[in-house]
Design a protein around this ligand. Sequence first.
Ligand SMILES: Cc1cc2nc3c(=O)[nH]c(=O)nc-3n(C[C@H](O)[C@H](O)[C@H](O)COP(=O)(O)OP(=O)(O)OC[C@H]3O[C@@H](n4cnc5c(N)ncnc54)[C@H](O)[C@@H]3O)c2cc1C
Length: 411
Amino acid sequence: MTVVIVGGGIGGLTAALSLHAVGVPVRVLEATAQLRPLGVGINLLPHATAHLTELGLGKALADTAIATSEVVHLDRFGNEIWRDPRGRAAGHNHPQYSVHRGDLQQILLDAVRERIGPGTPSLGMRVLDTRNDTHRAVCRVHNRRTDTIEEISGTAVIGADGIASAIRRTLYPHEGEPLWGGVRMWRGTAAARPFRTGSSMVIAGSNHAAKFVMYPVRPRAGEDGKSLINWVAEVRTDRPGAAPEWNRTGRLADVAPHFTGWHPAGVDICGLVAATQHILEYPMVDRDPLPRWSFGRITLLGDAAHPMYPVGSNGGSQAILDARALAESFAATPNTGEPASIDVPSVLADYQSRRLDSANAVATANRDIPMDRVLRLVAERAPHGFDAITDVLTAAEIEALGGSYRHTSRG
Ligand SMILES: Cc1cc2nc3c(=O)[nH]c(=O)nc-3n(C[C@H](O)[C@H](O)[C@H](O)COP(=O)(O)OP(=O)(O)OC[C@H]3O[C@@H](n4cnc5c(N)ncnc54)[C@H](O)[C@@H]3O)c2cc1C
């Protein structure tokens, strides 16, 4: 009855915990030989923190993450264009969290090892491809420890192996590389003094030219009063085409010139970037929405199913919603305890019907980057700043900003 989950990232580990919670045995295969706290900041929206709380992780998250209280758009001079309360401040039952991806993965990993077993996930197991067999789904796996190819089968295979998914490639062999729209992204974390509420996400500029996003990811301010600030710099180039290399080391000299003189929320952007020990560079990529994720006993979850631009803080949250829906689909099916009694292809079809349309809708809304049209207007109409945003935008244009957020941050 074991379900094989390919990938021990945010989606795969949450799926493991969710399936375990409804009595479904799992095995997680992770390609890396050692799970290290990689990445920088990630956001969890209230619909995702609700599920992590159901899984008993609410306290660990509250102790580790920042409960985001507002998102605010500023122009490059720091003038406020639009703000929206977030999480509990917006009336949700659960917080929105800003958290270091490594901290989040560690919380999930600790819970997986405690509940499922210390050997989960199986590390150094790179899945090459998968196929449906009569009563099983089978993965071909490169075991990096023994340098051998093994076959590992389960009653189902869940491809939670991220944007470069081998499982997706098996199902859609002609799809090719992720799609790049021309925005280069640099990311990093640096210690800096808290700004605004101390739990604010600040977005300055727009993807039309250059945009800077920053938010704190660890609550404990150091003795010097500083906390760990995550930042993302996004710059549009006019030469799309092949995406730059993924996850390479970024250079200060590439980022800083785009943000000279920017001081949103009183933060010296060039100083923040210069204080960053390790700058990462990623292209902003996604893939076209798929018409189908589930094929017999094989399905996709998280970025493998619906990679999206990081526009509405929703990529990790959508993976967590997938995990919950998958477990609900297993829990809803008649089960006599005999493995053969479960119609797994129907379970995976049910999971797909719960999630595919809404996840694809979020990915499509993110691609449009709708708030950018309005932010571009601000830059054009008030190139030297403004006193009141109502002097620059009409009420309808301000309302459009809120509407675009509702599309990209929905559950
Ligand atoms: C190293 C890394 C750093 C990231 N940093 C950030 C960040 O700073 N901020 C942010 O918002 N998002 C980040 N992301 C993306 C973010 O985690 C996802 O968008 C989101 O959480 C959805 O998670 P996922 O589990 O679907 O995919 P991912 O988090 O990408 O996890 C996929 C997992 O599958 C494993 N894997 C891949 N191929 C195979 C294979 N063939 N066989 C077995 N295992 C495989 C990967 O090693 C990884 O552990 C990062 C992802 C990774 C992998």
